[in-house]
Write a protein that binds this ligand. Structure first.
Ligand code: NAP
Ligand code: HSE
Length: 436
């Protein structure tokens, strides 16, 4: 057995960091055999060194000083598992400046600051490894970068947030209220430190921006990605969707048509028979369509301690191989400081979709005619309508499914409908995706 040692520093010993230490301790022999060198945890930075931990580390390894950790001359690799962007960016850039390879699970950091991080890595000749940043344990970054490299990627559909998928599954299958399901997702270690990133769709947006950049080889500006979360989804909409044969999901959709990109994150109704409708709980799924390979599907646990640690340790092995071989690290073209080009994303207004509309209206003659007249003026054709019995003060929920319509027309019609005297609440609008 080789006596070479690759020494690692880690910032963060929370959900994911704990899983990483567990794997490194339990699989030490197997990993050393694969690598031909031993991986040693030289230091771990946390906020609170007094906190009880699930893993035991030798005395002196745990510190509350990440700034000093990343500068240590005896470390080859820094694993960033603290989350957030400003402090994480500072420590990562400092680690790179001190010649460390970086492994990170931080999608916000890569989506928002990826160009700066990779530019610094390029200057110093070190690698940045990010498998765990998207879809937890699913090796989707490697798949795009290596296995599908021969393809021009035409589109990606992803259930990319375990927290939201868990919440929607609990609401659909057990009628659990949103807030209770979110609290469970937090307890199970799926949610971000600030769970608004999950439920408002930003975490999914960070992930689809990363996947799209790697898939198309263009840099995607996250600010241009349309984002809508699941906060306004109620159990009533889930139930009506079911009556129409659909399941509610938070979906990331990314399509490339020639030089233009359509990238968005929002709740969608997918047919109950579709593969994505059957991705439940904290599982993620990513469908990637390549011009040569056709449709492919990747499925697995997208959040939680051990699935995410699985991806981090896989990256750690890649980084350690680079340390052992002294091979030059590779910079993906989408983040390359000299070769990356940024391609604008189409405005949401020009997106075409089918729509589910729920309108809480007065139960009186002429209401349906008023509403369909507005839709007709905007060239929106109705595919199905359900009207329920009154259950509160003479108002009824009216549920409509449209045929394909342009987003701009739909939203103009919706504003006119919302202004009608017969409306008792703001309309609910959910896009319907049947191509999945
Ligand atoms: P977490 O449980 O909140 O753990 C964060 C860790 O970072 C804690 O150990 C904390 O220290 C430490 N930390 C935070 N700020 C620090 C600072 N200023 N200095 C030193 N240490 C600091 O978070 P997590 O769920 O493991 O997530 C970590 C990263 O992985 C995030 O970027 C997240 O987006 C990403 N990720 C998470 C999952 C998941 O399922 N949880 C999946 C994929 C990716 P204390 O322990 O002392 O508080
Ligand atoms: N909060 C994220 C999720 C963690 O729920 O998917 C995995 O990136």
């Amino acid at each position: 057995m080789s006596t070479q040692v690759v020494r690692v520093g880690m910032i963060g010993l929370g959900t994911v960091g704990t899983g990483v230490v567990k794997i490194l301790q339990q699989r030490a022999e197997m990993l050393a055999h694969q690598l031909g060198a031993r991986i040693e945890i030289g230091g771990v930075a946390v906020r609170d060194t007094g906190k009880l931990r699930d893993v035991a580390l030798p005395n002196g390894v745990v510190t509350n000083d990440p700034a000093s950790l990343v500068r240590r001359g005896d470390l080859d690799i820094v694993i960033e598992l603290m989350g957030g962007t400003s402090d994480a960016k500072r420590h990562v850039l400092d680690a790179i400046e001190h010649g460390k390879h970086i492994v990170t699970a931080n999608k916000a950091l890569i989506a928002l600051e990826g160009r700066d991080v990779f530019a610094a890595a390029y200057r110093k000749g070190v690698g940045v490894y990010l498998e765990a940043s998207v879809a937890g344990g699913i090796p989707i970054i490697k798949a795009l970068h290596e296995g599908l490299a021969a393809n021009e990627i035409e589109g990606i559909y992803g259930i990319l947030n375990g927290t939201c998928n868990y919440i929607l599954t609990q609401m659909t299958e057990h009628g659990q209220p949103f807030a209770d399901a979110l609290a469970d997702a937090q307890r199970l270690g799926y949610a971000e430190a600030d769970p608004t990133f999950d439920v408002d769709g930003f975490d999914t947006a960070h992930k689809i921006a990363i996947l799209s950049s790697l898939a198309y080889g263009f840099n995607v500006n996250i600010e241009e990605v349309y984002v809508e979360g699941i906060r306004r989804i109620g159990t009533a909409d889930i139930q009506y969707a079911h009556e129409l044969g659909y399941t509610m999901k938070l979906l990331a959709i990314s399509k490339r048509k020639g030089g233009s990109l359509n990238i968005r994150v929002h709740p969608v109704l997918v047919p109950e028979s579709s593969v994505l409708a059957n991705v439940k709980g904290a599982f993620n799924a990513v469908a990637v369509i390549g011009d040569a390979v056709g449709p492919t599907l990747f499925y697995g646990k997208g959040a939680g301690m051990m699935p995410t640690a699985s991806a981090v340790v896989a990256d750690l092995l890649d980084a350690a191989r680079t340390v052992v071989s002294k091979a030059p690290a590779e910079i993906p073209v989408c983040y390359h400081p000299e070769r990356a080009i940024t391609v604008p994303i189409e405005s949401m207004d020009s997106t075409v979709s089918r729509y589910y509309l729920r309108l809480q209206v007065l139960d009186q003659p002429g209401v349906l005619a008023e509403i369909t007249a507005i839709l007709g003026r905007h060239e929106i054709s109705v595919a199905a309508i359900i009207q329920k019995e009154p259950h509160c003060e003479g108002s009824v929920p009216l549920v409509l499914l449209t045929h394909d319509a342009m987003e701009k027309s739909l939203q103009s019609a919706r504003r006119e409908i919302d202004a009608l005297d017969c409306m008792r609440d703001e309309s609910v609008c959910i896009r319907v995706e049947t191509d999945v």
